[in-house]
Design a protein around this ligand. Structure first.
Ligand code: GAL
Length: 692
């Protein structure tokens, strides 16, 4: 283990350099399209027929060995890659590149029986067991050792194989809330390091003078119980940080190990875009990130009566904008080809919807898209899950035909592809970043102050407005530079420190337009209130004094009026005392604070600072305030209806219609239609070429 970590540490620098320099994907390919195939599920006599049809449908790569640890290492220390070699050879025969996987989501039964201490334990004490998947503890050093031994064999075998283009680690690696003893011991070590082995520092950070919570030593600390009423939320915040670090370390160590052997093969994993996950982008040895997305599974998040067959219009867009900024390159590893098996109801997608999702992934600038899965399984948990072909193994499903059409269309665009960053000037002029940190949501969720508050919904009100402007949006974290963005929005950014406030100040002084919203910088990074007037960390920046905040009953909204237009709010409203040089936008209508403002904006250096201390019921206030501000800043915006999006890449514009009515797009001067028509029906796409 020590040796491994040493090698990992040495390789870390190399991986970092490679990441910045290697162009894994070519502009001329635009996007590559692939599909999951599990050779171990099927009679070997059918592999060639299947892989030939995969090729005939136009796919360019296949994805192998994701859940095959039991076949790769049937007994401890005995490896069998011969079957996989035969599958790789057949893929190559049909010009299909291979994405290889590390299988760590499915340890074989011998492992769980011989080493039961690796099994994940839930908060209620239930120990997970063999018979499903994702039942091993990432915090278990023993589990990691066993996993790395298998991965090293696999990497030694395939690392120099030019038929393998890259690697996917694990499967949808999530943050585990694991109560295994190994996790508890690792949590204590994490805290010892974080608090310099000084229990006094930890007591201070967690505020343990409250309710006799004080600890005399690190050995007394256990994993916090989420479900125990009033559990110390500073401790929970640190536990979530720790849990995220376990997942990112496990992935990072896997990637470093593969890179000891891999030549010209990228390493990624397939993250779930979930605002609960705090580890995404924190495994620096990964070359780039990819994600998985499912669009229709019962919840009606779409537009109109049949919207549940089309899906939420911004679901893929948001994931694109969340993942792309991490490394500049991203792909989608799983995209639904048809009905799934795990939703509340599992409807057929509307005809055209699968292709619409593919164009949505493309619109964000992806380098590849891959679908889960080729054949519908005949047994096991996912029997009802559609594939590219049906249960007979050969009949192409409606979604399969939509994939084939998308692939053909992409191939027609390839000869016209320009460099990825070829985008119109007005589009780039409205480039906006949303500053995001999972820790804010974790912290707020334990102390919402109003049960109706929803951090993600608050952020989406801004995001949805930006997409209606036709703005390119990057969701960024604090590791990124702010200066490249004309506008930076930090919504409900609760946990902050003076260094971050200084960065925001420099950003505005340097010419940026900074927008901060309610609840921002009200706590320090441990989740404590600074010993100062409430909310005053921002006073030097915004000029505001936060007099107080109010929260209303859900069924009795308050009113806020701007320029004669009335908006409603419930969840959070701050009452501000603005600085003399601030412009105030609107005022409260009701209560003893009627006439007082929640929104201010003022010039700072070459830029501006705006503070929006209110969360509206429906996002109308956020939309109108941003519209007014972008006009004030001379930033050109569009006014796209909800359900229609417009993005640019490689000299192409992609207009998508998720709404329940046709949408007519006015072609920009000099643009020409390449795919579709300017009147875009529901679930259709229009692709245009921009003028030179
Ligand atoms: C994903 C998972 C896949 C498969 C799929 C079914 O969340 O990563 O392995 O189970 O769901 O829709």
């Amino acid at each position: 283990m020590k040796r491994l970590l040493w090698v990992a540490a040495c390789l870390f620098g190399i991986a970092g350099t490679l990441k910045a320099q290697t162009p894994w994907f070519a502009d001329r390919d635009l996007t590559l399209t692939g599909v999951y195939y599990y050779p171990e599920h099927w009679n070997e006599a059918q592999w060639e027929r299947d892989l030939k049809q995969v090729r005939d449908l136009g796919f360019e790569f296949v994805h192998f060995a994701e859940f095959a640890w039991a076949q790769l290492e049937p007994e401890e220390g005995r490896y069998d890659f011969a079957w996989l070699d035969r599958a790789v050879a057949l893929a190559a025969k049909y010009d299909l590149k291979v994405v290889m996987c590390t299988s760590t989501a499915t340890p074989p039964v011998w492992l769980s029986r011989k080493y039961p201490e690796i099994l994940l334990k839930q908060e209620d004490g239930m120990v997970l067991d063999h018979g499903a998947r994702q039942h091993a503890s990432f915090a278990s050093p023993l589990y990691r050792r066993l996993a790395y031994r298998m991965i090293e064999e696999l990497a030694r075998h395939y690392g120099t194989d030019t038929r393998i283009v890259g690697w996917q680690l694990d499967n949808e690696p999530a943050v585990q809330f694991d109560y295994n003893l190994a996790a508890e011991l690792a949590f204590r070590d994490y805290l010892r390091q974080r608090y310099h082995n000084n229990i006094g520092e930890l007591n201070d950070a967690w505020g343990t003078a409250f309710w006799s919570e004080v600890y005399a030593s690190f050995d007394q600390i256990t994993l916090p119980k989420f479900r125990q009423m009033f559990m110390n939320h500073h401790q929970i915040l640190d536990y979530r940080r720790f849990a995220a670090s376990q997942t990112n370390d496990f992935l990072n160590e896997q990637a470093l190990l593969i890179k000891r052997y891999a030549r010209d093969q990228w390493v990624t994993t397939n993250y779930i875009p979930n605002y609960e996950e705090g580890h995404i982008g924190r495994s620096p040895a990964l070359d780039f990130v990819s994600y998985t997305r499912y669009m229709v599974y019962g919840d009606n998040e779409g537009i109109g009566r049949r919207g549940y067959r089309v899906g939420n219009p911004l679901r893929i867009a948001y994931a694109n904008d969340f993942f792309r900024p991490v490394d500049g390159t991203y792909g989608v590893m799983e995209l639904q080809p048809g009905q799934v098996n795990w939703g509340s109801i599992n409807p057929q997608p509307l005809p055209g919807a699968v292709r619409l999702w593919l164009w949505s992934v493309f619109a964000g600038g992806s380098d590849f898209v891959c679908t889960y899965r080729y054949r519908q399984p005949l047994y096991g948990t996912e029997q009802y899950h559609y594939g590219i072909v049906g249960t007979d193994g050969v009949s192409v499903t409606p979604g399969g035909h939509e994939y084939a059409r998308f692939i053909r269309e992409v191939k027609t665009l390839r000869p016209k592809a320009k460099p990825k960053e070829t985008k119109p000037a007005d589009y780039l002029a409205r480039r906006t970043a949303i500053l995001f940190n999972h820790e804010n949501a974790w912290s707020i969720d334990r102390q919402k102050q109003n049960s109706t508050w929803n951090t993600d919904a608050h952020i989406q009100k801004y995001y949805r407005t930006l997409k209606s402007f036709g703005a390119p949006v990057d969701i960024i974290d604090e590791q990124k530079e702010f200066a490249p963005y004309p506008v930076l929005i930090a919504p409900a950014y609760q946990l902050a420190d003076p260094a971050l406030v200084a960065r925001w100040t420099d950003y505005a002084r340097g010419g940026g337009h900074l927008v901060l919203t309610c609840r921002t910088a009200q706590k320090d990074r441990y989740g404590r209130l600074p010993e100062a007037p409430f909310g005053s960390m921002l006073t030097p920046l915004t000029g505001n004094t936060l007099d107080f905040y109010d929260l209303l009953l859900p069924n009795d909204p308050g009113r806020y009026v701007i320029d004669g237009k009335t908006y409603t709010w419930n969840t959070w409203g701050e009452i501000l005392l603005p600085a003399a040089d601030s412009q105030t936008l609107g005022s409260y209508v009701d209560e003893y604070y009627a006439g007082r403002p929640a929104i201010t904006t003022r010039a700072l250096g070459k830029g501006t600072v705006t503070y929006i201390g209110i969360d509206s019921t429906d996002g109308a206030l956020e939309r109108d305030v941003l519209t007014k501000l972008y006009a004030q800043w001379n930033i050109p915006t569009l006014d796209l209806p909800y359900g229609v999006t417009l993005e640019y890449r490689n000299g192409f514009g992609i207009v998508l219609n998720y709404s329940d009515k046709p949408y007519t797009f006015s072609l920009p001067p000099g643009a020409t239609v390449l795919i579709g028509e300017t009147t875009i029906p529901t679930a259709e796409a229009l692709v245009i070429a921009i003028s030179d």
